[in-house]
Design a protein around this ligand. Structure first.
Ligand code: ARG
Length: 720
């Protein structure tokens, strides 16, 4: 009785968005969830949420640098996003002398704003192109379909491409290839840095607090979009003018209460809510622990150097932050998947599905095929993670692997001098980029430790032939760490990649044997070629098969439950979505209750002078102790509200997303998810899932009181 009940309960949870689960397609809000949004408190019309003809909320939302979200907050193209989204631009604008990452930065007039390489995209419209795609792919066998799909898509997007107006189309596969939607974007490429708090504020709590509540991070930065005089996208130019947007968000100073309605527009990057039990098993047992173990080592070795030298810290900061972010995520993901018993729940659902599928061609063998496909790939999956996260986790080896193209060019009999020159020009340019963020001391240690881990952890039959024997012959016993250290030291001292004179000589006189004899190239090439020869085709076959099975499984799920199918939302894939829910406290574990806001008091409690993660600007401590909160105070608490949590369904890519109240005003910026629900990419938990947001009143306090940039505040439309 109990088991049957569990199976049915899981089946329902998988199908119908429960509680505040759901990353809804903006153009279907009216049809799918508008009534429920109104019931929860929304005061806007359907047209105000999304409209193709009139300006609507979607016009204030941006895809920020192809990986985050941002929102317009003034009629002069002013944009808010997270500090961790602007991080690489802030680091790039910084030097050891003018260290904006460390000390913060504000432009007190437009002339002081700093050029960046950031691009932002507006969503112009969404078009269902399923029929055109299917017409183009008709009657193709699955493998051929996969090969042709990009071309067919290009045929469709080419028709909307309009360089002059910056318009491009992008096709998204929805419901695992059961539907195709084209999003038409307008891309602006003159985006300038306007402001950022000191890193001690913008990343307060560092990796210790990352992915956790309670949180006290001022995770925001400020940019401005520029356009030509007609408002069209243009390359950076002093002639450009601030963009006048179709819509921007007024900023609320009213604050939040438990139970208040909240919606979030943004660009969630990826979820896999219909993942199978097979996928979860592979993730939990091999992929996640391998990735976490390798990143753990790389991070420690980078960190050792970063704390010693501010110049190294600036070089490595951005890469370190992104490696650390998902190191902690994947570790937490597996812990939570195990806690929730997600593997067993999926198995239960798959049993129900298989019973329904009995006798139905196209569906009845799905799980037998999944089983075969996973069995064939699993023995090699660790090798792949060790290549990507291990060997190529050394920046030097990653760059060296890019020289495989030069090798191929030099080896090809028909290559002309012009062909080779083109390859070398590209390699030379990439080398400059590589050098900008290369720290040799940490890289040498990474090379040594990772090679040793590969040797010890990966099945010997999957090692590149002769590679470790070569190390043994020259440097000593392979069960001794010093052997790998000696090998790495030798490699670093001899490679032309780190030696300008040798490199210049090679570029002037490119020679295949010289390249192949380079120890860094030889190392990277040995592992990449080993992978390509032995495992790459297995991996492609595995992916192709899973895509085919996944599409059929999804179609089957919808057929099995026709009534709920209309209320389904597709997995996140970096296309704009809307989620709604409310501000809400939670109970993370027995006997513990978490409040729905964090305050200035907590910042001072966490403050550790001089600490790498919990230090603060002296001025902040002084202002907070004096309770100098101005108009940003939360009167009820007689304090600053720093962050708050909501029940919204978001994921990576939503960083920087506006949290919008029932009337369309900005309450804060989403910047994280909570640890207790880190399995959210695979399964949303209706009780524990929370989105962590920085309160916009804290953002404005930092800009105004801490940064003195009243000019920014004056541009906003404040709602009291
Ligand atoms: N976890 C946040 C996200 O993925 C990023 C936070 C960056 N901060 C950090 N300490 N690494 O959106």
């Amino acid at each position: 009785m109990k088991k049957v009940f569990m199976t049915i309960a899981c089946a329902v949870a998988l199908l119908k968005a429960s509680a505040d689960e759901g990353m809804w397609l903006p153009m279907l809000l009216g049809e799918q969830v508008y009534a429920d949004m109104v019931k929860k408190g929304l005061k806007l019309t359907k047209e105000q949420l999304y409209s193709v003809n009139k300006s609507s909320l979607k016009d204030a939302i941006l895809l920020f640098n192809s990986g985050c979200t941002a929102e317009l907050v003034s009629e002069q193209g002013l944009v808010f996003t997270n500090h961790h989204c602007g991080y690489s631009a802030i680091a790039a604008a910084s030097t050891v002398e003018n260290n904006y990452l460390k000390n913060g930065f504000y432009a007190y007039n437009k002339d002081q704003e700093i050029k960046s390489t950031i691009t932002v995209q507006f969503l112009d419209r969404i078009v269902d192109v399923t029929k055109e795609m299917e017409d183009g792919l008709k009657e193709l066998a699955w493998a051929d379909r996969m090969k042709k799909i990009t071309d067919v898509g290009k045929g469709i997007t080419d028709k909307v491409t309009d360089q002059g107006n910056g318009l491009t189309g992008k096709i998204y596969s929805m419901f695992k290839g059961n539907q195709y939607l084209m999003y038409v974007y307008k891309t602006y490429r003159d985006v300038r840095l306007v402001g950022a708090p000191p890193e001690s504020v913008g990343k307060f709590g560092g990796d210790t607090d990352n992915w956790e509540w309670p949180r006290h991070t001022g995770d925001f930065s400020v940019f401005r979009i520029y356009a030509d005089k007609e408002g069209k996208p243009a390359d950076y130019s002093r002639e450009n003018v601030p963009l006048k947007p179709k819509h921007f968000l007024p900023v609320s100073l009213k604050g939040v209460k438990d139970g208040d309605f909240a919606m979030i527009y943004g660009y969630p990057g990826s979820t896999n809510r219909y993942e199978t039990s097979y996928g979860i098993k592979l993730k939990n047992e091999i992929e996640n622990p391998s990735l976490v173990g390798l990143r753990d080592v790389r991070l420690k070795l980078m960190h050792e150097q970063m704390i010693k030298d501010p110049a190294v810290k600036l070089k490595l900061a951005s890469n370190y932050a992104s490696v650390a972010n998902y190191w902690k995520f994947f570790d937490g993901e597996t812990k939570q998947l195990k806690k929730f018993g997600t593997y067993e729940q999926k198995q239960g659902y798959e049993n129900t599905f298989s019973k329904w599928a009995k006798g139905k061609p196209g569906y009845e063998n799905l799980f037998a095929e999944y089983s075969k496909s996973y069995a064939a790939w699993t023995p090699y999956s660790k090798s792949r993670v060790y290549l990507i996260e291990g060997v190529l986790g050394s920046p030097l080896a990653a760059y060296a692997s890019s020289l495989l193209q030069v090798e191929a060019g030099l080896a090809k009999s028909g290559s002309t001098g012009a062909d080779i020159k083109k390859l070398l020009d590209a390699a030379d340019a990439n080398r400059k980029t590589f050098q900008e963020s290369e720290d040799i001391a940490s890289d040498e240690k990474i090379l040594a430790m990772i090679a040793m881990m590969f040797y010890n952890d990966v099945d010997k039959s999957q090692h590149p032939a002769g590679f470790f024997e070569g190390i043994k012959a020259t440097f000593g016993n392979l069960d001794d760490e010093t052997t790998f250290r000696k090998w790495a030291k030798d490699l670093v001292s001899k490679t032309m990649i780190l030696d300008n004179a040798k490199w210049t000589a090679f570029v002037a006189n490119p020679d295949l044997t010289v390249l192949q004899g380079d120890p860094a190239f030889a190392y990277a090439a040995a592992f990449v070629k080993n992978y390509n020869a032995k495992f790459a085709s297995l991996y492609t076959a595995f992916n192709t098969k899973n895509a085919e099975l996944g599409r059929a499984y999804m179609k089957g799920i919808m057929e099995m439950n026709p009534a709920t199918a209309k209320k389904m939302y597709p997995d996140a894939n970096l296309s704009m979505r809307v989620s709604y829910g409310d501000i809400k406290s939670y109970t993370p574990k027995d006997a513990v209750k978490y409040d729905y806001v964090s305050t200035g008091k907590g910042i001072l409690e966490k403050y550790i002078p001089g600490d790498y993660e919990f230090d603060l600007p002296a001025k902040q401590v002084e202002l907070m102790k004096k309770k100098d909160f101005g108009q940003y105070i939360d009167k009820g608490r007689n304090d600053l509200v720093v962050t708050f949590i909501t029940t919204n369904d978001i994921t990576g890519g939503n960083s920087g997303s506006p949290v919008i109240d029932a009337n369309g005003n900005l309450l804060g910026l989403a910047f994280d998810g909570n640890y207790e629900a880190l399995s959210h990419k695979i399964a949303f938990d209706k009780d524990l899932n929370r989105t962590i947001c920085v309160d916009v009143r804290y953002v404005l306090w930092c800009i105004d009181k801490l940064g003195g940039a009243k000019n920014i505040i004056d541009e906003l439309k404040l709602v009291r």
